[in-house]
Design a protein around this ligand. Structure first.
Ligand code: BG6
Length: 501
């Protein structure tokens, strides 16, 4: 059963009118820039969503000529955008200037100062700093920014900080203190690209735009919730970063906590950034702290060994580039969380994420309680519980499973699905990074994390990280291409439940 989108009002499409800006990317030649930022900027440019009067200054450690950097921009677009093999519009490439410098030395900043000071009519531009760099460089880069002349002048400025914000509670607080010396809270955009995904945003629209689900959205009707972010890629060329972050800091502390909050939060007073963020912070605060005994029973950490992905042999984590041979970093995590508040007391949130798993799959499954009676007599199988599934990847769709009578003489309830699939809409939607870049230029903080939320997320994660650092797990404990260590399966089976996939 497919659901069609009916138009109840005429949406204006995506607002185009972004102000003129100069975007200064630190880590302009890095992995994140090449895979996400540069392609996102190009798409926005092609869709005419960027003000023509906008420029990009990329700053990186490596020495490169302007032509070499523009070649890098071209290659990254060609690799990541379908149809990107066609010629790249030269007007886009002309927006770029590349400067090289060390993030630990002040020399590089002179070049940025010069660029800005010589810029004609500079006062009309907002300056956006984007730190597309690992968390350990943030402090030095902020120190460089603080020494920029423009910081003493009344420029409109903003900063985008990538996740993870800090590496634990203390470092997140310190990082924030450094930031606050230069930027006001409303100028700080702590990005988590999951919040820019259409289906993720749709969780709130679905919950609070329909009156039929909200009365059921609580412990009386919902049995449990499963959140999965499975990837079949490995750590690719990000060994240095991953050895410090692992799955816990790379995905659980940010993307997964945000998904829990969107599913669990109360309706905000309105859709202003701070009202939405207030409600999310309340959920982070309600996630219960865990004792070591609880963690031993209810959390699983894993690391992939060799195996097969799409029929091809792949190496184990310890054999990837820039990885310590006896590394104890986790590439898989699953665990049972509880949101201890009135609405959710007793409802488990099972969370699972990992690299080199069987398939690329990101989804949230809300499993309702089964009907109280087997009313239809001798049915050949148990009635399936209704499931509401927000699929985020590989397809963006929402489906609801229900039981129907199977045609025939026997009383046989048969599950059917109602589906709404974004790909069937005849409209252009922006990718997560595109959406968030536009929000930042426009000054909308709704889909960005706030400092109190970040600290609460670390409060949940710090003891988990400390626990796994303390115990000695034998890694690798799952083969590439599996669904993680076998204990992850038992985690739900102990509760008489199963992962949906
Ligand atoms: C990033 C992580 O935040 O999210 C990566 O650093 C991960 O390790 C990526 O691969 C997954 O994003 P997506 O949008 O493909 O689910």
């Amino acid at each position: 059963m497919d659901l069609e989108m009916k138009t109840s009002c005429e949406p204006d499409g995506i607002e185009v009118n972004t102000q003129p800006f100069i975007l200064i990317i630190f880590g302009g030649g890095g992995d994140l820039s090449q895979k996400k930022l540069l392609p996102a900027l190009y798409n926005l440019f092609k869709l005419n969503k960027l003000n023509n009067d906008s420029y990009i200054l990329s700053y990186g450690r490596k020495e490169r000529t302007q032509d070499q950097y523009r070649d890098l921009v071209k290659t990254s677009i060609k690799k990541t955008i379908p149809g990107g093999k066609n010629n790249i519009d030269p007007r886009f490439l002309e927006k770029f200037t590349y400067l090289n410098g060390d993030s630990e030395k002040l020399e590089g900043i002179e070049k940025i100062n010069e660029y800005i000071c010589n810029f004609k009519g500079i006062k009309k531009y907002q300056i956006i700093f984007y730190l597309a760099t690992p968390p350990n460089l943030s402090k030095n880069i902020l120190n460089l920014i603080q020494n920029l002349e423009l910081c003493d002048k009344p420029f409109k400025k903003k900063i985008v900080m990538e996740k993870p914000f800090g590496t634990d509670t203390v470092s997140a607080i310190n990082l924030n203190d450094n930031l606050q010396k230069i930027f006001k809270e409303e100028e700080i955009y702590r990005i988590d690209h999951y919040l820019g995904k259409e289906t993720v945003q749709n969780i709130l629209f679905f919950r609070f735009g329909n009156s039929i689900f909200e009365p059921l959205w609580n412990r009386s009707f919902i049995d449990h919730i499963q959140i999965t972010a499975a990837e079949n890629i490995g750590i690719e060329s990000r060994g240095n970063f991953y050895e410090k972050a692992g799955v816990l800091k790379d995905i659980i502390q940010n993307h997964m906590m945000q998904l829990i909050a969107l599913v669990a939060m109360e309706p905000p007073a309105n859709f202003e950034a701070d009202c939405v963020r207030d409600e999310k912070v309340k959920i982070f605060k309600s996630i219960s702290s865990m004792s070591e005994e609880y963690m031993e029973e209810n959390l699983v950490l894993g690391q992939y060994g060799t195996g097969k992905i799409h029929g091809e042999n792949v190496v184990g984590y310890r054999d990837e580039k820039n990885i310590v041979r006896d590394s104890n970093i986790g590439t898989f995590f699953s665990g049972k969380f509880h949101v201890d508040n009135w609405r959710w007391a007793g409802v488990p949130f099972y969370v699972r994420a990992g690299k080199r798993l069987n398939q690329k799959l990101t989804e949230i499954v809300i499993t309702f309680k089964t009907p109280p009676l087997k009313l239809f007599g001798n049915v050949c199988r148990d009635m399936m519980a209704n499931e509401l599934i927000f699929s985020i990847q590989p397809e963006e769709k929402i489906s609801l499973s229900m039981n129907m009578k199977y045609p025939g003489m026997e009383n046989y309830p048969h599950p059917v699905e109602m589906n709404f699939n974004y790909s069937k809409l005849d409209t252009v939607s922006l990718s997560a990074y595109e959406r968030l870049i536009v929000d930042c230029i426009k000054g909308d903080l709704t889909l960005f994390a706030r400092q109190d939320g970040i600290e609460e997320m670390w409060r949940v994660l710090d003891p988990i990280v400390a626990y796994f650092n303390k115990i000695n797990l034998k890694f690798p404990n799952y083969s590439a291409g599996d669904w993680g260590p076998v204990e992850s399966k038992f985690l739900l089976e102990k509760d008489d439940r199963k992962w949906r996939i």
